[in-house]
Write a protein of this length. Structure first.
Lengths: 100, 213
């Protein structure tokens, strides 16, 4: 699950109990999700519209094997924080991957 | 005919007449090849709903491509830009369909009754850990009640429940971009308040992690 991986990335790779569905199953999981979000929160973040404007470029660079987290860190950060944008990125990446 | 340059795409789509019609037809075929990646795992690809959604998304994408053609800056392949528009349109509709029957979580509007973040502690924890977890949930809940507006709390709760941002925005009568900004403000407020109370997210989490180690 994406949020689990995000939590692990922030707090270390401790084993997490997999959630049974897309819904946060219990208060502990909600708390984990919220704290992961707070931990990742920065003073300045790109919005969904700003990321959408850059997403095609970002996805092509990633598909070419470039270090996009280094090249476009604010986009990468937004994708870590925003499930909707991350989902769109992954679909776009799979399209580019399928087209090659 | 996928091999147009970006400049050729722009020229053809602006040309009007048969030249534009051919470019739109070619772009339509390209978008149709990409859409199965958006639908996969979200909707039965052989269902009538999938067919209808595909047609709707293709039409919408072609209209948007023409509408926003001047905003294409050439930072990617033109077709990637078009796919991006199609993916956004497809996932927006798929999210709406997926979540249309699910009501937004109810909000209790006072600190005493809102148990959103302080229900029962982890049942695998020992009594001492459960007490610590309950106390921490109560503390975090109090901070949420004091720092956030009703709308921020409702949106945050929905996101915690797994709702897509897009769908929460639609239900709250706003748009995804504005909702992200609102939630960013909420997250910043909570993070700063935790800091003022001498807490970090890691420390809060550690209360819930101990029972799992």
């Amino acid at each position: 699950m994406k949020i689990k991986r995000f939590i692990q990335r922030i707090f270390g790779a401790k084993k997490q109990k997999p959630a049974s569905s897309g819904l946060a199953a219990n208060p502990s999981e909600k708390m984990q999700k919220m704290m992961a979000m707070l931990s990742g929160t920065r003073e300045v973040e790109l919005t969904c519209d700003q990321v959408f404007a850059l997403l095609d470029q970002f996805t092509e660079l990633a598909a070419q094997g470039e270090d996009v987290a280094q090249l476009m860190p604010l986009v990468q950060h937004h994708l870590d924080m925003c499930d909707d944008c991350r989902e769109e990125y992954k679909v776009l990446a799979s399209i580019l991957h399928g087209a090659t | 005919m996928d091999k147009r340059t970006n400049e050729a795409w722009l020229a053809d789509l602006r040309a009007g007449g048969d030249r534009q019609a051919q470019a739109l037809e070619d772009l339509r075929a390209i978008i149709l090849r990409g859409l199965p990646y958006a639908i996969a795992g979200r909707l039965d690809p052989n269902s009538p709903e999938s067919e209808a959604l595909t047609e709707e998304v293709v039409q919408e994408t072609l209209m948007r491509v023409l509408e926003y053609l001047d905003s294409f800056e050439g930072r990617s392949q033109f077709t990637t830009w078009a796919h991006k528009i199609a993916v956004r349109a497809a996932l927006t509709e798929l999210r709406r369909v997926r979540w249309r029957e699910v009501p937004l979580p109810e909000m209790e509007m006072n600190e005493e009754t809102d148990t959103s973040y302080r229900e029962i502690a982890d049942d695998q924890a020992n009594p001492e850990e459960q007490l610590a977890q309950t106390e921490m949930m109560t503390r975090v809940n109090r901070i949420i009640m004091e720092e956030l507006t009703d709308k921020q709390r409702q949106a945050l709760k929905a996101i915690m429940e797994g709702f897509p941002l897009e769908e929460v925005a639609r239900r709250l009568g706003t748009n995804r971009n504005a909702l992200y900004k609102m939630l960013h403000d909420a997250r910043l407020r909570l993070k700063k308040r935790l800091e003022r109370e001498g807490l970090t997210p890691t420390e809060v989490l550690s209360v819930f992690e101990r029972a799992r180690t």
